[in-house]
Design a protein around this ligand. Structure first.
Ligand code: PXG
Length: 290
């Protein structure tokens, strides 16, 4: 079944779905996005994603003329028309087309684009054996420059960090903030287990307010594991007993080596596996049914 792409109320075939080259999303990265998963016809935590999208829009003063209900319905309809019951949904909101000039005052027609398609997952082996990661030289956006909580169409420094990792043969990289504390990975949040507690950097350290991050925190609370949001150094990661990443695409993924230091015994940790199991249970339960 061919996918149908939603643009401002209309559906298009893959090749016919187009936006203007004068769109400020294209010219300046002036826009926001969300990545959402659908599992067995359940759009996982759709409402949380739409809320984060609204916050991102508010932060960049982009007025979205659609209600949350309208966007939710458009997301579900795009999945139905595309025949996607297990896959990935990309929601993009751009400032719309204007002139060659920074001022968004020129843009009058924000674009809401929704794509539902298959997802490229990490190989199964990574979930069984865990991932090896390194610290990237490129730093996360400084919150003083652009709030990292905004899921904007500007991903250049995350892309640079990803390139730095991939060039060295790694799939993910840790990004530090301006002060040298751990912020997150290029497209995932980071957690460590140490002494029966779960630690993760606070959002103020420069991480995205990850939806999966919150799920992991909720799971920890359900399991009675104390969660500590505090600044972490690279050293804290190197000596962690367990480590995992969370993200819409990655789900919960064990990290078994950081900067050439083995984590724990070099195998996915016991608690990490509990988190993955609890996460996989939630994905078909919490959300919006198609
Ligand atoms: N940090 C960053 C910088 C991200 O972009 C996360 C953390 C994890 O957040 P969620 O809400 O997903 O738990 C992200 C999410 C993609 C893609 O296509 C990227 C993300 C999510 C889904 C797909 O590259 N990033």
């Amino acid at each position: 079944m061919a996918i149908q792409i939603y643009i401002n109320g209309e559906y298009f075939d893959r090749d016919a779905a187009k936006v203007s080259v004068f769109d400020h999303g294209f010219l300046y990265g002036d826009g926001i996005f969300e990545g959402i998963r659908v599992y067995e016809g359940n759009v996982f935590l759709l409402d949380d994603h739409l809320k984060r999208l609204e916050y991102s829009a508010k932060a960049i003063m982009l007025d979205m003329p659609w209600s949350r209900e309208e966007v939710a319905e458009a997301v579900c309809e795009t999945c139905r028309r595309s025949g996607v019951t297990n896959g990935y949904i990309r929601l993009i909101v751009t400032r719309g087309s204007g002139y060659l000039g920074l001022s968004p005052k020129n843009c009058s027609n924000p674009q809401l684009i929704i794509i539902a398609d298959q997802i490229q997952l990490y190989p199964k082996e990574i979930y069984e054996k865990g991932m090896k990661i390194i610290t990237a030289p490129t730093r996360r956006n400084s919150p003083a420059a652009l709030p990292p909580m905004v899921k904007s169409l500007n991903y250049l420094n995350n892309i640079l960090a990803k390139i730095e990792a991939v060039e060295l043969g790694y799939q993910e990289a840790i990004m530090l903030n301006q002060e040298g504390y751990v912020a997150e990975c290029t497209g995932d949040n980071i957690f460590i287990m140490q002494g029966d507690k779960l630690f993760t950097p606070p959002v103020s350290s420069g991480s995205l307010t990850g939806i999966t991050r919150q799920v992991a925190i909720d799971i920890a609370q359900d399991m009675g594991i104390p969660v500590v949001e505090t600044n972490l150094t690279r050293y804290d990661l190197w000596v962690a007993e367990e480590m995992f990443l969370t993200g819409t695409a990655a789900e919960v993924i064990a990290v078994v080596e950081v900067d050439h230091r083995k984590i724990g015994d070099g195998k996915p940790g016991i608690m990490t596996n509990h988190f993955l199991k609890a996460f996989r249970k939630k994905v078909t339960e919490d959300g919006t049914k198609l």
